[in-house]
Design a protein around this ligand. Structure first.
Ligand code: ADP
Length: 540
């Protein structure tokens, strides 16, 4: 028997309708070089329509890719809606990608037009001559387009000015592509993931139900870049709900962020641990509290010291796990109603329960056989669900998908009897010593608990007898530069980890290299290790 319900398409057009019709007075604020830009969802809706008219005149048709090279701003949000609601595909470009990767992703996606922030013009200029399909650039600035090498270059404001403030949005199929994003290349060449309207809508529902999206009453500050997995879907969810949104542009230093949080009444934010490590240092130094502030942390493992430090400043921290391939949120550390305080403490640093809509299983890394959920046995996480991709763009790397439709995530974890997954490592980062695995993630988290340590990354280096041995790269807190020794770190670790896990060497460095999305870049650290290049000698 068929239901009486329609195949009402789940599209981003519904979110646009909802925010502009039901919440026209709510605000969208953007930090600028000087001051802030602010307008309402009503203004937003008009400009989205004007932009859609402009896209049509630029020759953008159904399914065409429109690139964006931009920070988190209201204009980027306008593109997030005008492009897919008009039937085209918004392709967010990561300005921190290596130039050859940037050229690769633009050419692979065949972006016809690229919208670029004025502050990012130099990034585009460097690669423009190598872009095969891009026929037009649009600079996002207040005035006319500046003179420069990038041509043809239109000005965003001139392009949309005077156009009708309503648009006859076309009927769309919910399976049509809405957005695309490439993996950031932490573990190799970027691979394209194409999101549908349906997957974007269901993901917004999923994070909202999961308690890791904003509510209507929240003021959202997305710190995770809009070029990184759709800023974890938060701008879509916030627009769906009509929540106030505050965009930081490129000003992500702790002083700018705390100013925005206080002055705009921000209640909810999302970002990777490295941003929060910097904020925590600032809060500690200035004795500032952010009572009631909710923070969604993801992208890499959250160290215990970070969780505890932020909690002391009144911040409610929740960790989530996911990847570009999973839109990106797949799990988060929501607590169950019957958990005791002790239970909650035990799971707070785990990557969490799969959120409603996503199914998860553990498979043996070598044999592929299912691994039990006993909190000890580890295996690769495999996931499936309506917002988990089942292939990469152009079908590359098909081995990442199982024959029965699950994504092989490349993350190794254990899952406890309650269903909470704990990431042990990425398959590529696990350290194999004497036939046993050592978790670099666990070692890093333990070292970052040392009161003199700001950041730590651990890699495996080849060893003639043990195959690999761990070496730690450690950044001391500014006040302890040159005042912390290898012996102190090892002594601190001794009661926390198995003896054979202790790093063979602790190398003190000024900075841990970061990837384009702010994660520890172990590819670079491995190069350091193999060339023993710019590391300072251990302090003993
Ligand atoms: P890239 O693969 O280039 O780093 P992604 O942003 O897609 O880009 O990264 C996804 C990966 O980030 C996951 O496979 C996992 O290894 C890591 N990750 C994401 N969230 C967490 C988390 N909460 N804890 C540990 N690792 C995480």
């Amino acid at each position: 028997m068929r239901s009486t319900m329609p195949d009402f398409p789940l599209t981003l057009q519904h979110f646009l309708w909802r925010s502009t019709t039901l919440f026209p007075r709510k605000e969208i604020v953007t930090r600028r070089e000087a001051g802030r830009h602010r307008y309402t969802y009503a203004d937003f809706g008009k400009r989205v329509a004007q932009l859609a008219h402009a896209l049509k005149d630029l020759g953008i048709g159904p399914g065409d890719r429109v690139g964006t090279l931009a920070w988190n701003t209201y204009r980027h949000l306008e593109l997030y809606f005008a492009v897919p609601c008009a039937g085209a595909v918004v392709h967010t470009l990561n300005p921190r990608l290596a130039p050859e990767h940037l050229v690769f992703v633009v050419n692979d996606a065949e972006d016809k037009v690229i919208f670029v922030d004025v502050s990012l013009l130099p990034v585009l200029q460097r690669v423009a001559s190598k872009l095969n399909s891009t026929k037009q650039f649009v600079v996002m600035t207040d005035g006319p387009s500046p003179d420069g090498e990038l041509k043809p270059l239109l000005s965003y404001e001139e392009l949309i000015a005077g156009r009708p403030a309503e648009y006859p949005w076309p009927d769309l199929d919910e399976q049509d592509a809405a957005a695309m994003c490439y993996t950031s290349g932490t573990t190799g060449r970027p691979k394209g993931v194409v999101y549908s309207h349906r997957s974007s809508v269901l993901h917004a529902f999923g994070i909202t139900i999961g308690g890791i999206g904003p509510t209507e009453g929240d003021t959202l500050l997305p710190i995770v870049p809009m070029f990184h997995a759709n800023a974890w879907g938060h701008p879509f969810a916030a627009t769906m709900l009509g929540a106030k949104q505050v965009f930081p542009d490129r000003f992500l230093d702790p002083v700018s962020l705390t100013e925005l949080i206080h002055e705009e009444g921000v209640t909810f934010s999302a970002g990777v641990p490295s941003v929060w490590i910097a904020l925590l240092q600032y809060l500690d130094k200035t004795g500032t509290n952010l009572d009631g502030f909710r923070m969604f942390v993801g992208g890499s493992a959250m160290p215990a010291a970070l969780y505890d430090g932020l909690s002391k400043h009144g911040i409610d921290v929740i960790q989530g796990w996911g990847m570009t391939e999973t839109s990106p949120v797949a799990a988060c550390t929501t607590m169950k109603s019957y958990m005791t305080e002790k239970d909650k403490r035990a799971v707070r640093l785990k990557q969490g329960l799969p959120i409603a809509g996503v199914e998860l299983r553990l498979a043996n890394v070598e044999s592929g056989e299912l691994v039990p959920w006993d909190g000890k046995s580890s295996g690769e996480i495999q996931v499936r669900g309506p917002w988990v991709t089942t292939s990469y763009y152009r079908g590359v790397d098909p081995d990442r998908f199982t024959a029965d439709g699950w994504l092989r995530t490349g993350d190794v974890a254990n899952v406890d009897g309650e269903g909470y997954a704990q990431i042990v490592d990425r398959t590529k980062d696990l350290i194999k010593s004497g036939g046993e695995w050592i978790s670099s993630v666990e070692l890093e988290s333990a070292i970052m608990g040392h009161p003199k340590v700001l950041e730590a990354a651990v890699i495996g280096v080849p060893h003639p007898k043990w195959q690999e041995r761990p070496v730690a790269y450690v950044v001391p807190k500014p006040d302890f530069k040159g005042a912390v020794s290898q012996a102190e770190i090892l002594e601190y670790l001794t009661p926390l980890v198995a003896k054979w896990w202790l790093p063979d060497e602790v190398r003190f460095v000024d900075e841990i290299p970061k990837t384009s999305v702010g994660k520890f870049d172990k590819k670079v650290i491995r190069q350091w290790a193999s060339s023993s290049a710019p590391v300072t000698a251990p302090s003993e």
